[in-house]
Design a protein around this ligand. Structure first.
Ligand code: NI
Length: 146
């Protein structure tokens, strides 16, 4: 289990670097992120949230768990307006717009190419976590963010 970096920390505003080595260091990071997400009742977690500036995310929605390395949204469609929260932004839950459906291209923990499509909350989580890799927080989309 790792500590979660909170809003205000510069780490959350940095651009994460692509993963090139699919080694034990990555697997430990993934395992730790999964445990940290679950212990905190999160639906997703991005590596910068545990202080690691690498393009790695984990997502768990409706019992489906995903590990995505170097994820990229390659297609998106529709619009959806729903509640969002973030383990790095305690106590804030607000509605933001996201695509209704996205397709994400990524690699698994062994470096194999994968492609996943998700709708509604799964699409939302993919977008939210990928934003973290680019230094973007969901509160940035709120009109009067403080
Ligand atoms: Ni978040």
């Amino acid at each position: 289990m790792r500590n979660i970096v909170k809003v205000g920390d510069e780490t959350l505003r940095k651009i994460s670097k692509p993963v090139k080595n699919f080694d034990e260091g990555l697997w430990t990071l993934l395992d730790d992120m999964k445990e940290t997400m679950r212990k905190n009742n999160g639906m997703g977690l991005a590596a910068p949230q545990v202080g690691v500036l690498k393009r790695v995310i984990v997502v768990e929605v409706n019992g489906n768990y995903f590990e995505l390395i170097n994820p990229e949204i390659v297609a998106s469609s529709g619009k959806d307006y729903d509640e969002e929260a973030c383990l790095s932004v305690t106590g804030v839950q607000e509605k933001v717009w996201r695509p209704m459906k996205v397709t994400v291209k990524a690699q698994d923990r062994y470096g194999y190419d994968i492609k996943i499509s998700g709708e509604k909350y799964l699409a939302r989580c993919f977008c939210h976590e990928i934003d973290h890799l680019n230094g973007i927080l969901f509160i940035d989309y709120l009109k009067d963010n403080k």
